[in-house]
Ligand binder design. Structure first.
Ligand SMILES: NC(=O)c1ccc[n+]([C@@H]2O[C@H](COP(=O)([O-])OP(=O)(O)OC[C@H]3O[C@@H](n4cnc5c(N)ncnc54)[C@H](O)[C@@H]3O)[C@@H](O)[C@H]2O)c1
Length: 383
Protein backbone atom coordinates (compact mmCIF):
# COMPACT_ATOMS: atom_id res chain seq x y z
CA UNK A 1 0.00 0.00 0.00
CA UNK A 2 1.28 3.50 -0.86
CA UNK A 3 1.59 6.42 1.52
CA UNK A 4 -1.77 7.88 2.59
CA UNK A 5 -2.92 11.07 0.82
CA UNK A 6 -1.65 14.28 2.40
CA UNK A 7 -4.38 16.76 3.23
CA UNK A 8 -4.20 20.50 4.00
CA UNK A 9 -6.91 22.53 5.70
CA UNK A 10 -7.30 26.23 4.93
CA UNK A 11 -9.57 27.86 7.55
CA UNK A 12 -9.30 26.06 10.87
CA UNK A 13 -11.73 28.11 13.00
CA UNK A 14 -15.48 28.55 12.55
CA UNK A 15 -16.77 25.67 10.41
CA UNK A 16 -13.16 24.65 9.82
CA UNK A 17 -13.30 23.16 13.33
CA UNK A 18 -15.64 20.45 11.98
CA UNK A 19 -13.12 19.68 9.22
CA UNK A 20 -10.22 19.67 11.66
CA UNK A 21 -11.93 17.20 14.00
CA UNK A 22 -12.75 14.94 11.05
CA UNK A 23 -9.18 15.13 9.74
CA UNK A 24 -7.82 14.10 13.14
CA UNK A 25 -10.28 11.19 13.22
CA UNK A 26 -9.47 9.99 9.68
CA UNK A 27 -5.74 10.51 10.17
CA UNK A 28 -6.08 8.44 13.36
CA UNK A 29 -7.35 5.61 11.16
CA UNK A 30 -4.26 5.97 8.96
CA UNK A 31 -6.30 6.97 5.88
CA UNK A 32 -4.63 10.36 5.47
CA UNK A 33 -1.72 12.40 6.81
CA UNK A 34 -2.42 16.01 7.81
CA UNK A 35 0.13 18.00 5.81
CA UNK A 36 -0.74 21.60 6.66
CA UNK A 37 -3.04 23.91 8.57
CA UNK A 38 -3.49 27.44 7.25
CA UNK A 39 -5.35 30.29 8.88
CA UNK A 40 -4.84 34.01 9.31
CA UNK A 41 -5.52 33.30 13.00
CA UNK A 42 -3.30 30.43 14.19
CA UNK A 43 -4.88 27.23 15.52
CA UNK A 44 -4.97 26.71 19.29
CA UNK A 45 -2.30 24.63 20.99
CA UNK A 46 -4.64 21.71 21.77
CA UNK A 47 -5.57 21.38 18.08
CA UNK A 48 -1.94 21.44 17.03
CA UNK A 49 -1.11 18.76 19.64
CA UNK A 50 -4.00 16.59 18.39
CA UNK A 51 -2.76 16.85 14.81
CA UNK A 52 0.87 16.18 15.74
CA UNK A 53 -0.22 13.03 17.60
CA UNK A 54 -1.71 11.51 14.42
CA UNK A 55 0.27 9.24 12.08
CA UNK A 56 2.19 11.49 9.69
CA UNK A 57 1.04 14.59 11.58
CA UNK A 58 4.32 15.25 13.39
CA UNK A 59 5.61 17.24 10.42
CA UNK A 60 2.45 19.30 9.89
CA UNK A 61 3.22 22.75 8.50
CA UNK A 62 1.28 25.57 10.14
CA UNK A 63 1.08 28.99 8.55
CA UNK A 64 -0.99 32.05 7.84
CA UNK A 65 -0.46 32.46 4.11
CA UNK A 66 -2.06 29.79 1.93
CA UNK A 67 0.10 30.33 -1.17
CA UNK A 68 3.34 29.96 0.82
CA UNK A 69 2.24 26.90 2.79
CA UNK A 70 0.59 25.09 -0.13
CA UNK A 71 3.54 25.70 -2.44
CA UNK A 72 5.90 24.33 0.22
CA UNK A 73 3.81 21.27 1.13
CA UNK A 74 2.07 20.37 -2.18
CA UNK A 75 -0.78 18.44 -0.51
CA UNK A 76 -2.81 15.86 -2.46
CA UNK A 77 -6.05 17.41 -1.20
CA UNK A 78 -6.76 20.93 0.09
CA UNK A 79 -9.90 21.69 2.05
CA UNK A 80 -11.01 25.33 1.77
CA UNK A 81 -13.30 26.40 4.62
CA UNK A 82 -12.96 30.17 4.63
CA UNK A 83 -15.28 33.14 3.86
CA UNK A 84 -17.16 32.84 0.56
CA UNK A 85 -15.28 35.59 -1.30
CA UNK A 86 -11.91 33.96 -0.53
CA UNK A 87 -12.86 30.56 -2.02
CA UNK A 88 -11.84 31.28 -5.62
CA UNK A 89 -8.37 32.76 -4.95
CA UNK A 90 -7.58 30.07 -2.38
CA UNK A 91 -8.82 27.30 -4.67
CA UNK A 92 -6.60 28.69 -7.43
CA UNK A 93 -3.61 28.58 -5.09
CA UNK A 94 -4.42 24.99 -4.12
CA UNK A 95 -4.71 23.95 -7.79
CA UNK A 96 -1.40 25.70 -8.54
CA UNK A 97 0.16 23.56 -5.80
CA UNK A 98 -1.16 20.42 -7.51
CA UNK A 99 -4.00 19.73 -5.07
CA UNK A 100 -7.42 18.27 -5.51
CA UNK A 101 -10.08 20.38 -3.77
CA UNK A 102 -12.69 20.06 -1.10
CA UNK A 103 -14.43 23.41 -1.27
CA UNK A 104 -17.01 24.61 1.24
CA UNK A 105 -20.38 25.81 0.00
CA UNK A 106 -21.29 28.14 -1.61
CA UNK A 107 -18.41 27.36 -3.99
CA UNK A 108 -17.92 30.97 -5.14
CA UNK A 109 -19.52 34.39 -4.72
CA UNK A 110 -20.48 34.75 -8.42
CA UNK A 111 -21.50 32.48 -11.29
CA UNK A 112 -18.66 33.85 -13.43
CA UNK A 113 -16.21 32.91 -10.64
CA UNK A 114 -17.74 29.43 -10.56
CA UNK A 115 -17.28 28.95 -14.30
CA UNK A 116 -13.69 30.20 -14.03
CA UNK A 117 -13.01 27.72 -11.25
CA UNK A 118 -14.63 24.85 -13.17
CA UNK A 119 -12.38 25.61 -16.15
CA UNK A 120 -9.30 25.75 -13.94
CA UNK A 121 -10.10 22.47 -12.19
CA UNK A 122 -10.51 20.86 -15.61
CA UNK A 123 -7.28 22.39 -16.94
CA UNK A 124 -5.34 21.26 -13.86
CA UNK A 125 -6.68 17.70 -14.25
CA UNK A 126 -7.88 17.79 -10.64
CA UNK A 127 -11.26 17.19 -9.02
CA UNK A 128 -13.35 19.33 -6.69
CA UNK A 129 -15.89 18.12 -4.14
CA UNK A 130 -18.26 20.79 -2.81
CA UNK A 131 -19.39 20.67 0.83
CA UNK A 132 -23.08 20.05 0.19
CA UNK A 133 -23.09 17.26 2.78
CA UNK A 134 -26.81 16.49 2.35
CA UNK A 135 -25.91 15.15 -1.13
CA UNK A 136 -24.45 12.16 0.72
CA UNK A 137 -27.80 11.37 2.32
CA UNK A 138 -29.33 7.97 1.55
CA UNK A 139 -32.76 9.45 2.34
CA UNK A 140 -32.31 12.22 -0.27
CA UNK A 141 -31.17 9.66 -2.86
CA UNK A 142 -34.17 7.50 -2.03
CA UNK A 143 -36.58 10.43 -2.48
CA UNK A 144 -34.91 11.35 -5.80
CA UNK A 145 -35.29 7.73 -6.96
CA UNK A 146 -39.00 7.63 -6.09
CA UNK A 147 -39.56 10.85 -8.06
CA UNK A 148 -37.49 9.72 -11.04
CA UNK A 149 -39.36 6.40 -11.24
CA UNK A 150 -42.71 8.25 -11.26
CA UNK A 151 -43.87 6.70 -7.99
CA UNK A 152 -45.44 9.98 -6.90
CA UNK A 153 -47.01 10.63 -10.30
CA UNK A 154 -46.58 14.07 -11.81
CA UNK A 155 -44.64 16.37 -9.47
CA UNK A 156 -46.64 19.54 -8.76
CA UNK A 157 -43.71 21.15 -7.00
CA UNK A 158 -41.18 21.07 -4.20
CA UNK A 159 -41.31 23.40 -1.22
CA UNK A 160 -38.83 23.92 1.58
CA UNK A 161 -39.70 25.75 4.79
CA UNK A 162 -37.03 26.78 7.23
CA UNK A 163 -37.51 28.56 10.57
CA UNK A 164 -34.23 29.01 12.37
CA UNK A 165 -33.23 31.38 15.12
CA UNK A 166 -30.00 33.34 14.88
CA UNK A 167 -28.82 35.94 17.35
CA UNK A 168 -27.61 39.37 16.18
CA UNK A 169 -24.09 38.12 17.06
CA UNK A 170 -24.32 35.72 14.07
CA UNK A 171 -24.03 38.74 11.79
CA UNK A 172 -21.33 40.33 13.94
CA UNK A 173 -19.00 37.29 13.99
CA UNK A 174 -17.11 38.28 10.83
CA UNK A 175 -16.95 41.32 8.51
CA UNK A 176 -18.37 39.30 5.59
CA UNK A 177 -21.39 37.92 7.48
CA UNK A 178 -24.64 39.01 5.84
CA UNK A 179 -22.80 41.08 3.24
CA UNK A 180 -23.58 41.19 -0.46
CA UNK A 181 -20.24 42.89 -1.15
CA UNK A 182 -17.14 43.99 0.70
CA UNK A 183 -16.01 47.08 -1.20
CA UNK A 184 -15.81 45.96 -4.83
CA UNK A 185 -15.70 42.25 -3.98
CA UNK A 186 -18.95 40.25 -4.23
CA UNK A 187 -19.66 38.11 -1.14
CA UNK A 188 -23.32 37.12 -1.68
CA UNK A 189 -23.94 35.92 1.88
CA UNK A 190 -27.55 35.46 2.89
CA UNK A 191 -30.09 32.95 4.13
CA UNK A 192 -30.79 31.59 0.63
CA UNK A 193 -27.17 31.41 -0.49
CA UNK A 194 -25.52 30.27 2.72
CA UNK A 195 -27.46 29.22 5.83
CA UNK A 196 -30.09 27.50 3.68
CA UNK A 197 -27.81 26.73 0.72
CA UNK A 198 -28.33 23.05 1.51
CA UNK A 199 -32.11 23.56 1.19
CA UNK A 200 -31.77 25.09 -2.27
CA UNK A 201 -29.25 22.50 -3.42
CA UNK A 202 -31.20 19.54 -2.00
CA UNK A 203 -34.48 20.71 -3.57
CA UNK A 204 -32.80 20.95 -6.99
CA UNK A 205 -31.05 17.61 -6.48
CA UNK A 206 -34.20 15.72 -5.47
CA UNK A 207 -35.74 16.65 -8.83
CA UNK A 208 -32.70 15.34 -10.70
CA UNK A 209 -32.00 18.83 -12.08
CA UNK A 210 -29.37 18.56 -14.83
CA UNK A 211 -26.09 20.43 -14.25
CA UNK A 212 -26.48 22.54 -17.41
CA UNK A 213 -30.14 23.51 -16.96
CA UNK A 214 -31.41 27.09 -17.39
CA UNK A 215 -33.43 28.05 -14.32
CA UNK A 216 -36.06 30.74 -13.84
CA UNK A 217 -35.68 32.41 -10.42
CA UNK A 218 -38.19 34.73 -8.68
CA UNK A 219 -37.12 36.31 -5.40
CA UNK A 220 -38.65 38.12 -2.42
CA UNK A 221 -35.78 38.90 -0.04
CA UNK A 222 -35.97 40.73 3.27
CA UNK A 223 -33.67 41.49 6.18
CA UNK A 224 -34.52 42.07 9.81
CA UNK A 225 -30.99 41.95 11.25
CA UNK A 226 -28.66 41.11 8.37
CA UNK A 227 -26.64 44.15 7.24
CA UNK A 228 -27.32 43.59 3.49
CA UNK A 229 -28.19 40.01 2.57
CA UNK A 230 -31.52 38.31 3.23
CA UNK A 231 -32.39 36.67 6.53
CA UNK A 232 -36.03 36.12 5.58
CA UNK A 233 -36.69 35.17 1.99
CA UNK A 234 -38.80 33.28 -0.49
CA UNK A 235 -37.50 32.07 -3.84
CA UNK A 236 -39.37 30.25 -6.58
CA UNK A 237 -37.12 28.41 -8.98
CA UNK A 238 -38.69 26.86 -12.05
CA UNK A 239 -37.09 23.59 -13.15
CA UNK A 240 -38.48 22.32 -16.45
CA UNK A 241 -41.88 23.80 -15.54
CA UNK A 242 -41.86 22.46 -11.95
CA UNK A 243 -41.91 25.13 -9.21
CA UNK A 244 -39.43 24.83 -6.34
CA UNK A 245 -40.21 27.22 -3.50
CA UNK A 246 -37.67 27.90 -0.77
CA UNK A 247 -39.19 29.95 2.08
CA UNK A 248 -36.84 30.51 4.97
CA UNK A 249 -35.99 32.74 7.87
CA UNK A 250 -33.28 33.17 10.49
CA UNK A 251 -35.69 35.32 12.54
CA UNK A 252 -38.26 32.74 13.65
CA UNK A 253 -39.87 32.83 17.07
CA UNK A 254 -39.09 29.13 17.62
CA UNK A 255 -36.40 27.13 15.84
CA UNK A 256 -37.31 23.91 14.06
CA UNK A 257 -35.53 21.72 11.52
CA UNK A 258 -36.10 22.75 7.88
CA UNK A 259 -38.33 20.42 5.86
CA UNK A 260 -38.35 19.74 2.13
CA UNK A 261 -41.84 18.81 0.89
CA UNK A 262 -42.38 17.02 -2.42
CA UNK A 263 -45.92 17.48 -3.74
CA UNK A 264 -46.78 14.65 -6.14
CA UNK A 265 -50.09 13.90 -7.82
CA UNK A 266 -50.08 10.46 -6.15
CA UNK A 267 -48.01 11.04 -3.07
CA UNK A 268 -46.16 13.36 -0.77
CA UNK A 269 -42.71 13.21 0.78
CA UNK A 270 -41.22 15.18 3.65
CA UNK A 271 -37.45 15.21 3.98
CA UNK A 272 -35.75 16.72 7.02
CA UNK A 273 -32.49 17.18 5.14
CA UNK A 274 -30.42 18.16 8.18
CA UNK A 275 -31.25 14.90 9.97
CA UNK A 276 -31.84 12.67 6.89
CA UNK A 277 -35.44 11.96 7.98
CA UNK A 278 -37.76 10.93 5.14
CA UNK A 279 -41.48 10.27 5.66
CA UNK A 280 -44.51 10.21 3.40
CA UNK A 281 -46.32 7.99 0.93
CA UNK A 282 -46.42 7.11 -2.74
CA UNK A 283 -49.15 5.30 -4.66
CA UNK A 284 -47.54 2.08 -3.34
CA UNK A 285 -47.93 3.06 0.33
CA UNK A 286 -45.80 4.47 3.13
CA UNK A 287 -42.18 5.30 2.39
CA UNK A 288 -39.48 3.45 4.29
CA UNK A 289 -36.29 5.43 4.04
CA UNK A 290 -32.79 4.02 4.28
CA UNK A 291 -30.55 5.59 6.92
CA UNK A 292 -27.02 6.88 6.66
CA UNK A 293 -24.93 9.46 4.90
CA UNK A 294 -21.77 9.19 2.83
CA UNK A 295 -19.07 11.46 4.25
CA UNK A 296 -17.94 13.80 1.46
CA UNK A 297 -14.23 13.81 2.36
CA UNK A 298 -14.12 10.03 2.61
CA UNK A 299 -15.95 9.85 -0.72
CA UNK A 300 -13.34 12.18 -2.27
CA UNK A 301 -10.54 9.96 -0.93
CA UNK A 302 -12.34 6.86 -2.24
CA UNK A 303 -12.72 8.52 -5.65
CA UNK A 304 -9.03 9.42 -5.80
CA UNK A 305 -8.09 5.84 -4.92
CA UNK A 306 -10.57 4.40 -7.42
CA UNK A 307 -11.96 6.85 -10.03
CA UNK A 308 -14.80 4.43 -10.85
CA UNK A 309 -16.33 5.56 -7.52
CA UNK A 310 -18.19 8.78 -8.44
CA UNK A 311 -17.92 11.96 -6.44
CA UNK A 312 -21.10 12.59 -4.47
CA UNK A 313 -20.91 16.39 -4.87
CA UNK A 314 -18.69 17.24 -7.84
CA UNK A 315 -18.27 20.93 -8.70
CA UNK A 316 -20.41 20.56 -11.84
CA UNK A 317 -23.41 19.47 -9.72
CA UNK A 318 -23.37 22.86 -7.95
CA UNK A 319 -24.09 24.82 -11.12
CA UNK A 320 -27.91 24.84 -10.75
CA UNK A 321 -27.45 26.14 -7.18
CA UNK A 322 -25.02 28.75 -8.49
CA UNK A 323 -27.69 30.07 -10.86
CA UNK A 324 -29.86 30.79 -7.83
CA UNK A 325 -26.92 32.44 -6.06
CA UNK A 326 -26.29 34.56 -9.14
CA UNK A 327 -29.93 35.69 -9.21
CA UNK A 328 -29.60 36.70 -5.54
CA UNK A 329 -26.34 38.54 -6.25
CA UNK A 330 -27.94 40.48 -9.11
CA UNK A 331 -31.01 41.21 -6.94
CA UNK A 332 -28.71 43.18 -4.60
CA UNK A 333 -29.28 44.08 -0.96
CA UNK A 334 -32.45 42.67 0.62
CA UNK A 335 -35.32 44.97 1.57
CA UNK A 336 -35.73 45.86 5.26
CA UNK A 337 -38.63 44.03 6.91
CA UNK A 338 -41.25 46.74 7.60
CA UNK A 339 -41.44 47.82 11.23
CA UNK A 340 -45.05 46.62 11.44
CA UNK A 341 -43.86 43.02 10.90
CA UNK A 342 -41.11 43.12 13.53
CA UNK A 343 -41.06 42.31 17.17
CA UNK A 344 -38.22 41.33 19.51
CA UNK A 345 -37.46 38.35 21.70
CA UNK A 346 -34.68 38.87 24.23
CA UNK A 347 -33.19 41.62 22.08
CA UNK A 348 -33.23 39.66 18.83
CA UNK A 349 -35.59 40.65 16.00
CA UNK A 350 -38.43 38.22 15.27
CA UNK A 351 -40.50 38.50 12.11
CA UNK A 352 -44.09 38.34 13.27
CA UNK A 353 -45.84 35.12 12.17
CA UNK A 354 -42.96 34.02 9.94
CA UNK A 355 -42.77 30.51 11.46
CA UNK A 356 -46.14 29.71 9.87
CA UNK A 357 -45.73 31.95 6.82
CA UNK A 358 -42.72 29.99 5.52
CA UNK A 359 -44.63 26.72 6.01
CA UNK A 360 -47.59 28.14 4.05
CA UNK A 361 -45.28 29.16 1.19
CA UNK A 362 -43.83 25.63 0.97
CA UNK A 363 -47.31 24.07 1.07
CA UNK A 364 -48.85 26.42 -1.51
CA UNK A 365 -45.68 26.79 -3.59
CA UNK A 366 -46.23 30.51 -3.18
CA UNK A 367 -44.08 33.57 -2.60
CA UNK A 368 -44.84 35.72 0.47
CA UNK A 369 -46.79 38.25 -1.60
CA UNK A 370 -49.01 35.49 -3.07
CA UNK A 371 -50.32 34.13 0.24
CA UNK A 372 -54.07 34.61 0.67
CA UNK A 373 -53.40 36.86 3.69
CA UNK A 374 -50.29 38.70 2.56
CA UNK A 375 -47.83 39.44 5.30
CA UNK A 376 -46.96 43.06 6.05
CA UNK A 377 -43.87 42.91 3.83
CA UNK A 378 -46.31 42.88 0.92
CA UNK A 379 -46.29 46.66 1.31
CA UNK A 380 -43.35 47.75 -0.77
CA UNK A 381 -40.53 49.14 1.31
CA UNK A 382 -37.43 50.81 -0.05
CA UNK A 383 -34.10 48.95 -0.07
N1 LIG B 1 -21.21 22.74 5.10
C1 LIG B 1 -21.80 23.39 6.07
O1 LIG B 1 -22.81 22.97 6.64
C2 LIG B 1 -21.25 24.73 6.52
C3 LIG B 1 -21.62 25.27 7.74
C4 LIG B 1 -21.08 26.51 8.12
C5 LIG B 1 -20.21 27.18 7.27
N2 LIG B 1 -19.90 26.62 6.06
C6 LIG B 1 -19.01 27.31 5.12
O2 LIG B 1 -17.70 27.26 5.64
C7 LIG B 1 -16.98 28.42 5.19
C8 LIG B 1 -16.39 29.14 6.39
O3 LIG B 1 -17.43 29.68 7.17
P1 LIG B 1 -17.14 30.21 8.65
O4 LIG B 1 -18.45 30.69 9.18
O5 LIG B 1 -16.38 29.20 9.39
O6 LIG B 1 -16.23 31.49 8.33
P2 LIG B 1 -15.25 32.34 9.27
O7 LIG B 1 -15.38 33.76 8.90
O8 LIG B 1 -15.47 31.94 10.67
O9 LIG B 1 -13.81 31.88 8.71
C9 LIG B 1 -13.28 30.63 8.87
C10 LIG B 1 -11.78 30.76 9.02
O10 LIG B 1 -11.15 31.18 7.81
C11 LIG B 1 -10.05 32.01 8.15
N3 LIG B 1 -9.66 32.78 6.97
C12 LIG B 1 -10.31 33.81 6.40
N4 LIG B 1 -9.66 34.23 5.30
C13 LIG B 1 -8.56 33.44 5.17
C14 LIG B 1 -7.50 33.39 4.23
N5 LIG B 1 -7.45 34.20 3.18
N6 LIG B 1 -6.55 32.44 4.41
C15 LIG B 1 -6.59 31.61 5.47
N7 LIG B 1 -7.58 31.61 6.39
C16 LIG B 1 -8.54 32.51 6.25
C17 LIG B 1 -10.55 32.82 9.31
O11 LIG B 1 -9.46 33.35 10.08
C18 LIG B 1 -11.36 31.80 10.08
O12 LIG B 1 -10.59 31.12 11.05
C19 LIG B 1 -17.97 29.28 4.41
O13 LIG B 1 -17.88 28.97 3.05
C20 LIG B 1 -19.30 28.79 4.94
O14 LIG B 1 -20.37 28.99 4.05
C21 LIG B 1 -20.38 25.41 5.68
Amino acid sequence: MGAPPRVALVGVHGFGRVHLDRLVRIAGEGRIAIAALVDERPPDAASIDAVRATAGGAGVVIGQDAATVLTATRPDVTIVSTPIHTHLPLAEQALAAGSHLFLEKPPTATLAGFDTLAAQVELAGRVCQVGFQAFGSAALDHAAGLIARGELGRIRGVGVHGAWVREVSYFERAPWAGRMRLGDTPVTDGALTNAYAHAVAAALRVLGTPDDVELGVELERYRAMSPEGDDTAAARITVAGVPVVIAVTLCARTARDPVLVVHGEHGRLELGYTADRLTGHTSAGAVAAPAGRTDLLENLLDHLADPSIPLVSPLSASRPFMQVLEAVRIDGPARPVPASALTTDGGRPVVEGVDEIVRECAERLALFSELPAPWPADQEVPR
